[in-house]
Write a protein that binds this ligand. Structure first.
Ligand SMILES: Nc1nc2c(c(=O)[nH]1)N[C@H]1C(S)=C(S)[C@@H](COP(=O)(O)O)O[C@H]1N2
Ligand SMILES: [Mo]
Length: 201
């Protein structure tokens, strides 16, 4: 890929990561025994789901390459993920009409929220593979969310549950002033109006 092609894929204020794929999280990397791992989808859904590792691995899967933009300004182009398409998860769970937001809860205690519509975009996955291999713990294994259209803090690592909600509920960084919608092309890094923050700053 030429440098100008690469540059065209960088949202405003972003640069190409110097490392191949930086690692960023709260510093807690839960080591999860597959025998004890589960992933639940609940809240405003017609069919609450709870998968064991074996059940999750049996779901339909795809490979999807996408770009990854961290709000700290690094971008990784063409990350080759594999996993279960979020469309399939939503089809199985069947959100109720009132459901408008999703809240992700992770094994390290992290949470993050997105508008439900953001989960219907192409390339949104529950990823358990990277570069054709099992997703390493440092990148969120056993399973993480990948939402290429939004800043990477929305791509929850070590995912444990997904709740569909009628009202928005800010997650870990959103409570600390980061954006609910987080579009990198519109540079939605922070809450536009600080008074919107759940902490009121
Ligand atoms: N569970 C969890 N998910 C998380 C985080 C975290 O601290 N905990 N950090 C987020 C942030 S800020 C970024 S930039 C990406 C980094 O993903 P990577 O470590 O695979 O590059 O994970 C996101 N998902
Ligand atoms: Mo980030």
């Amino acid at each position: 890929m030429s440098t100008s092609d690469q540059r065209a894929r960088l949202p405003p204020g972003q640069h190409l990561a110097k490392e191949k794929f930086p690692v960023l999280d709260l510093g807690i990397r839960p080591k999860i025994d597959p025998a004890r791992w589960s992933l639940e989808v609940g809240g405003l859904v017609a069919t609450p789901l709870a998968w064991s590792w074996a059940e999750f691995e049996a779901l339909p899967r795809v490979e999807a390459t996408s770009d990854f933009h961290c709000v700290t300004t690094w971008t990784v182009l063409d990350a080759p993920w594999g996993g279960v398409p979020m469309d399939e998860v939503l089809r199985l769970a069947d959100p109720r009409p009132e459901a408008r937001f999703a809240l992700f809860t992770c094994y390290d205690g992290y949470t993050t929220n997105v508008p439900l519509e953001a989960l219907r975009a192409p390339g949104v996955l529950l990823a358990d593979r990277l570069e054709g291999r099992p997703l390493p713990v440092k990148h969120g294994g056993p399973v993480r969310v990948v939402i290429p259209q939004l800043y990477a803090w929305k791509s929850a690592k070590f995912i444990r549950r997904i709740d569909l909600l009628a009202a928005d509920e800010p997650g870990y960084w959103e409570k600390r002033g980061y954006s609910d919608t987080a579009c990198p092309w519109r540079e939605e890094r922070f809450r536009r109006d600080p008074a919107e923050s759940a902490l009121g700053f």
